[in-house]
Design a binder for this molecule. Structure first.
Ligand code: 13P
Length: 334
């Protein structure tokens, strides 16, 4: 394992003012996104849309890396340049989603576990050869009266750590994503409790499986009120509770956190990230607090694009605007 290279890549991904664009929607997810704008999910449409994002002028000031789906890492832009080269020529690190999605966890009603470990060592070697610098694996934890169970947390944490260890062995920085879903009417205290329990289990497994903490990033959800909660915590409370939770569970040697946006409205995602970075210095948080957003960076450009070539410029402007604002929030300056 090249520890120094892993640590350098992890640090580059959370460089000041920069974060990650998650553009790794699987076939089913990108189809749902395209359905929302009445565009057919063909290979060409997916390529045109993603190429528009990757070529948007000026976003390299705010975007350090892009997470790709398997199709995209093998795809060429319209002029024949590989998508990987389009990104790396701009100093943006290409990454790859390597999990294969979730399936029901046996004997655990309402809980899911993520698949994709079989054959992963060989796939990682190939992705490294294709030019990836980092990987992502998403586990899903849902909050309800009966979930998560300790069994569900253990199964997911174990898989996350297996993925992380194999990624580092292949020279790739793992982005470890235990997403605590926002669905539900729970309050912020319940989200805090579940996030704390989740991260404890994840870091226990990462330690057991000898994952180099300096050479990984955590992609968590923020500690927030449930999506349908009657009482919504404001950005200052979200920031305070999130940092409090991480101080209990997240080792200082992890260089950074790259939050997911999780389906929260754009303005509250930006306000929360901004509050987090404002409080980070005062609270002496030892980690970079950055982003790895899918929906919050892509909602506006997707709508502006609407599948039409003549909208490419407007869509790129919408993406640039969201990326700039997010980059400012990442510095606490939005
Ligand atoms: P969202 O920001 O849309 O939650 O997506 C991030 C991601 O990569 C989920 O795996």
């Amino acid at each position: 394992m090249d520890k120094q290279r892993l640590a350098q890549t992890a640090q580059a991904l959370v460089a000041e003012g920069k974060g990650i664009l998650a553009a790794d929607e699987s076939g089913g997810t990108i189809k749902r996104r395209f359905d929302s704008i009445n565009v057919e999910s063909t290979e060409d449409n997916r390529r045109n849309y993603r190429e528009m994002l990757f070529r948007t002028a000026g976003v390299d000031k705010f975007i350090s890396g892009v997470i790709l789906f398997d199709e995209t890492i093998r795809q060429d832009a319209a002029d024949g340049t590989s998508m990987v080269k389009v990104l790396s020529d701009r100093g943006i690190i290409p990454g790859i989603k390597v999990d294969k999605g979730t399936v029901p966890l046996p004997e655990a009603p309402d809980e899911l576990v993520t698949e994709g470990l079989d054959g992963l060592r060989d796939r990682l070697k190939e992705y490294n050869d294709l030019g990836a610098g980092f990987t992502k694996w998403r586990a899903v934890i849902s909050i309800s009266d009966n979930t998560p169970t300790s069994y569900g947390l253990a199964a997911n944490a174990h898989a996350l750590a297996r993925f992380a260890a194999l990624s580092q062995e292949a020279g790739l920085v793992p982005i470890v994503e235990p997403e605590v879903l926002r669905d539900g009417d729970h309050d912020i205290d319940r989200c805090f409790e579940v996030t704390e329990e989740t991260l404890r289990e994840v870091f226990e497994q990462l330690a057991q499986q000898k994952v180099l903490l300096e050479g990984m990033l955590l992609k968590p959800s923020m500690v927030i009120s449930g999506g349908s909660s009657a009482k919504r915590a404001d950005p200052d409370e979200v920031a305070e509770r999130t940092i409090e939770c991480f101080k209990r569970t997240l080792p200082a040697s992890v260089p950074g956190v790259v939050f997911l946006s999780g389906g929260e409205p754009d303005d509250s995602v930006t306000a929360n990230l901004n509050a987090l970075n404002k409080q980070a210095a005062v609270a002496k948080a030892p980690w970079e607090l950055s982003f790895s957003f899918g929906r919050s960076l892509q909602g506006a450009p997707l709508t502006a694009w609407a599948g039409k070539a003549e909208n490419t410029e407007a869509a790129a402007l919408a993406f640039y605007t969201r990326a700039k604002l997010t980059g400012e929030a990442r510095k606490g300056a939005a």
